[in-house]
Design a protein around this ligand. Structure first.
Ligand code: ADP
Length: 493
């Protein structure tokens, strides 16, 4: 009976998931991972999800088969575009927004090859937002009509605004993956993107004299979610609200924090195609071979017993790597080795490279984005370092736990929600899964890494810690259920 009721409520729950990146087709960070995995997890529990993504060159190139299902050549303010229907490698139906003049170019989704934001980003993501709203409106050209539109970050932040001004449109949810990226543009953009001038005000899309895509989403969406319960609280306060804390605290009744899951097929050390040796909690021997491979690949001394610290990160102030670089000489003396992968701010990249020159065989640095090496670091490192100043959820600390690589993290956002600090008590009750420091200082990071290194040399305890990490369930199932509950509540079902 209860099951029948659930079935009835679920019947035909249809969600359009609008996003600017989706792994493995296009990814610059956590948003890509979430957009790749959450829709699949929702499909697995019976939600009918379609993912809408821009037709960047690499997306179109990877579409095995596709057909044009809609044309948009009469939208005022926007260039002509088409919608192609395809399928993600994981089987989730895909809608690709094909507009070559906006999306088919060399470079990244948001920036050119030189790291400059594309100057037409307002139009590029204005169109993406608009099309998501058209598909959620009464004049959609598709046979498939969603019950709601789920938007993500500023790039689809205008969708809730467009939906708001369209009679008969479906409700919307927006997920904040990072408050630091807001999509703020000149006020003229309001008119250029066909929004009514009246919406440019504090009760609308305006943020300190600019049109803010993110603010638009937060103001007009029917529900807001973010990627961890702790971050949902933090963004309602001045330190991490990036100026939008007032709006978010006013809307706290409509704000839900749901911890991200991970793609447990993609991040599975027992089957990971990027590893020289697979391993699992029951058979850990392969991890030592992966460490040796990583040392070899990054030009580190091949020593089994010196703890190897891994980093995979955007090199930005947010990620707190400046603290790590500051204490690196002291760390090397413990001794430890350092394996770093990432790219970002030129100064930080340079500092990391200089460190590797100064400590050959002890510090290995790879500047760039490299999926295979990311997997190899998660597997081959002994510990994973993530001293983020703020972190909405963070995925690498979830991957590292699953790969038996205890993370060392600052107590913020999703890091605080997903890592249990190692103490005598948490080791005893088998909940310990990493090392957490409070107070964002280089000294606190150093002391915490030293604490981890001390435990590492107690191999019996270290094995317990690794086992705890690997036993944790970070699959998407529970989170997908939480999103479904948000949808059903919003629809009054
Ligand atoms: P953010 O989205 O803030 O960059 P997250 O931890 O949420 O941070 O997600 C980052 C994702 O991007 C992870 O899957 C991580 O492995 C990946 N990643 C980040 N930098 C690199 C890199 N240089 N090479 C490969 N993968 C990377």
């Amino acid at each position: 009976m209860a099951n029948d009721l659930k079935q009835e409520k679920m019947a035909g729950l249809k969600v359009l998931f609008a996003t600017s990146e989706v792994a493995p087709l296009v990814k610059t960070g956590g948003l890509g991972d979430v957009s790749g995995a959450l829709p699949a997890a929702l499909c697995a529990i019976g939600v009918d999800v379609r993912v809408l993504v821009p037709g960047y060159r690499q997306v179109i190139a990877q579409l095995a088969q596709h057909e044009a299902v809609a044309e948009f050549d009469k939208l005022p303010d926007f260039p002509s575009a088409r919608l192609l229907s395809g399928v993600m490698p994981n089987g989730v139906p895909l809608l690709v927004l094909d507009c070559p003049e906006l999306y088919q170019r060399d470079g990244g989704p948001y920036q050119d090859a030189g790291g400059q934001d594309w100057s037409d980003n307002p139009l590029r993501f204005g169109l993406l937002s608009k099309i998501a709203a058209v598909l959620g409106g009464s004049a959609s050209p598709l046979n498939w009509h969603p019950d709601l539109v789920h938007c993500n970050d500023w790039q689809t932040g205008l969708t809730p605004a467009y939906l708001h001004f369209e009679p008969g449109a479906v409700p919307s949810v927006i997920t904040i993956h990072n408050m630091a990226f807001q999509g703020n543009f000149a006020p003229e953009t309001v008119q250029e993107l066909g929004l009514p001038p009246s919406c440019f005000g504090i009760n609308g899309v305006e943020f300190h004299g600019y049109l803010s895509f993110l603010k638009a989403g937060l103001y007009y969406a029917d529900h807001i979610t973010t990627v961890s319960p702790n971050y949902a609280k933090e963004i309602q306060r001045a330190e991490l609200g990036f100026g939008m804390q007032g709006l978010l605290s006013q809307r706290s009744g409509d704000l839900t924090g749901i911890l991200n899951g991970i793609d447990t097929d993609e991040w599975n050390s027992a089957t990971d195609k990027h590893l020289v040796k697979k391993f699992s909690a029951a058979r850990m021997a392969g991890k030592a071979a992966d460490k040796e491979y990583l040392q070899c690949r990054l030009g580190l001394d091949i020593v089994p017993d010196v703890p190897l610290l891994g980093v995979i990160s955007r090199f930005t102030h947010q990620k707190g790597l400046d603290l790590l670089l500051e204490i690196a000489p002291r760390l090397i003396g413990l001794p430890v080795q350092l394996a770093m992968l990432g790219s970002g701010e030129a100064q930080m990249q340079q500092a990391a490279i200089e460190l590797s020159y100064r400590y050959p065989g002890k510090v290995g640095v790879n500047i760039g984005f490299n999926e295979a090496l990311a997997h190899q670091i998660e597997a081959g490192a002994d510990m994973f370092i993530m001293p983020s100043r703020f972190e909405p959820c963070g995925l690498n600390q979830l991957y590292s736990q699953r790969y038996g690589t205890p993370p060392i993290v600052h107590s913020t956002g999703g890091l605080a929600d997903s890592v249990v600090d190692c103490t005598a008590e948490t080791l005893r009750d088998r909940t310990a899964s990493g090392f957490v420091f409070k107070g964002m200082t280089a000294e606190n990071l150093f002391v915490t890494i030293r604490r981890a290194v001390d435990l590492y040399h107690d191999q019996r305890q270290w094995k317990v810690l690794r086992k705890n990490c690997m036993a944790k369930d970070f699959s998407w199932e529970a989170s997908a259920e939480a999103y479904r509950a948000v949808y059903l509540k919003l629809l009054g079902r």
